[in-house]
Design a protein around this ligand. Sequence first.
Ligand code: ATP
Ligand code: MG
Length: 783
Amino acid sequence: REHDPDQLLADLNPQQREAVVHGGSPLLVVAGAGSGKTKVLTHRIAYLLAARGAHPGEIMAITFTNKAAVEMKERVTDLVGPRARSMWVSTFHSMCVRVLRREAETVRELLAGTSSDPRLNSNFSIYDADDAKRMVTLVARDLELDSKRYPVRTLAAEVSNLKNELLTPADAAERAGNDLERKVADVYASYQRRLADSNALDFDDLIMRTVQLLRAYPEVAEHYRRRFRHVMVDEYQDTNHAQYALVRELVGTRDSGGVEPAELCVVGDADQSIYAFRGATIRNIEEFERDYPQARTILLEQNYRSTQTILSAANAVIRGNTGRRDKRLWSEAGEGEPVVGYVADNEHDEAAFVAGEIDRLVDDGEATFNDIAVFYRTNNQSRVFEEVFIRRGLPYRVIGGVRFYERREVRDVLAYLRVLDNPEDTVNLRRILNVPKRGIGDRAQAVVSVYAEQERISFAAALRRAAGEGLPGLNTRAQRAISGFVALLDELREAVAQSDVADVIETLLERTGYRGELEASDDPQDAGRVENLTELITVAREFSEMRAPSEETSAGESEDVDAAVLPDGSLSAFLERVSLVADADSLPDSEEGMITLMTLHTAKGLEFPVVFSTGWEDGVFPHMRALGEPAELAEERRLAYVGITRARRRLYLSRALMRSAWGQPMTNPASRFLGEVPEDLLRWRRSEAERSAPQVRSSGSRGGGGFDRGSGGAGNGRSSAQSFKDSVAIKLAVGDRVNHDKYGLGTVLTTEGEGARATATIDFGASGTVRLMLIGSVPLTKL
Ligand code: ATP
Ligand code: MG
């Protein structure tokens, strides 16, 4: 039951069609936002199946989020029917997990030759960024590193960079040219040893280990090359070096012997590269033709997403970046509405404006809640919108933020599950050791940890020994507590063997006393925690019931690779799924009627009829960190381009004159990006000039007395201006030494502006950061 290939090509433009039917040599599709790159990939897959005789099992497509993977699979299924299900459509990380679980034996062999202990088995845990940071904290403490000079965040980021460059601890040690690099190399080595001890891999390892595996074992590489004859990558501009190498290994070259190279098709847009901080490099796009000598490049120029006004605004902003290829992106959608600008008194006023406007659009039938998205630069900006939306009864969902899986209680329970699944998992074991409190204090933990180090055994093994014969330096009370804990874990492991995940969670909440403690508490937050745990049980139940009945593949097409490596419904399978949920994945599918709140980063690849992009202030967006850093500023500008180009019909850009930061109101100048949007595309609903006339906007007129936040009075514009004035006491000059409550000692490098508009660039030494701050509006004293 094949579909008509001509049908697949019918609604594509000539360039898109060319990209879809192109066969043989590697293909790069570069094009601006909304030009149909993702659509080309989807149609290309469908075309391969319908017209070129490819089997679904020969196709591997890589997307940026799991959500995008699901969507792509659904689209292809719509086009060619259910046999599309046996394709591998996934993120880089999910794909690597799949390979590594299958090849764990070989990976173990691979690791045996390195400093890492070969203890990895196919049941390995996946450590996310948070777990990784905890682990680095432990390592840094062991190595007695001064946390001021070597902040954990820096160490963790440096280790991650090394992995993204595919450098081993030995490489790092050899290259280290200064003190920091030497320390980082030490941390890296001992961090990897600890990961191996815990039978764990972090996110960067997933990619690095897969590359190493394919390179060291040609027969393994050849197996995958025989299988995957078509490799496709979306958002190629956000791949890092390790991911580039992985694609190369998967595709193979003429010289790699055995098999002809697979057909490769990548799509991307250098102007949308926003993950440099994770090692992504547009080099991979720019050098594609050099990396793959026979490569074809196809450019797409028509945008099908946005009105011409929105596109012109995006083009004008991105033009501020130097060293880029200018693209002529055009749209047939017509001029459309002007971009609406709004200058708010403060963040509450901004949120009220957004809420009021949403109300109006929905009342007038111009949009549904589902059509509307609100973007901000950092997650913490969501709270104010949430407050206003709740007050007004507007339905919304927040993507990212304090995500469900990041909440403390959820992480605690997951930590228990991870330890039950993988007894050697040190980070999680230490997390739950004394949660809820059971008398295994820091002292006892330190004794066990030191003993493990001395004896070169894992923390878990040391703990068992402590529970059995005790350890030198461990008092009897602690020893008894540890014995009880170890016995409890054994008992829970029994439960794992006998019941499904949801029941295991019930049992552990009961037996550990975790739920009891929360229920007995009179802190209202704890009630919320109980609800979250109930939610987690629901997630686990759904998971057990799911057991993939949809995964039936037509006979003959399923290969051994498709066989689920982890038994359906098992604890390991559950934990794996939970570990791999990326930000954008918490988007529930086609839920009716909700406004979507998310960061600009999370919005990549998506589109909405109506977009409110908020917080266009220097120091907020562009982010404080980027000011005075040309490379980071260029990345922020690309983020602006991504944000603007998500909008299909209507775009709102807003900023607030004052915004609380560190608990104090802070004035922010307009974002430089806002000034780059041509005035003739903008219609100011409220401009700065209008707003500087005294505004008597009582909060009462907005329903619900929204802006008053108690006696502090930092609520509405007027009172925060008042408290602001009171606090403007310092005048800074170049060379002044200052002390900031949060960042510590610094030296003033430059100053600009007067009074309430005064700014200064300050060098806060230790981490080498240079920040632009508004004098008087931050907790800063002159020394
Ligand atoms: P981004 O850079 O943001 O990832 P993209 O280049 O991947 O964007 P798509 O998301 O594939 O673009 O397409 C943008 C919108 O344009 C989608 O709604 C898509 O369905 C539509 N579209 C793409 N090509 C065509 C076409 N030839 N005819 C009609 N609509 C199209
Ligand atoms: Mg896309």
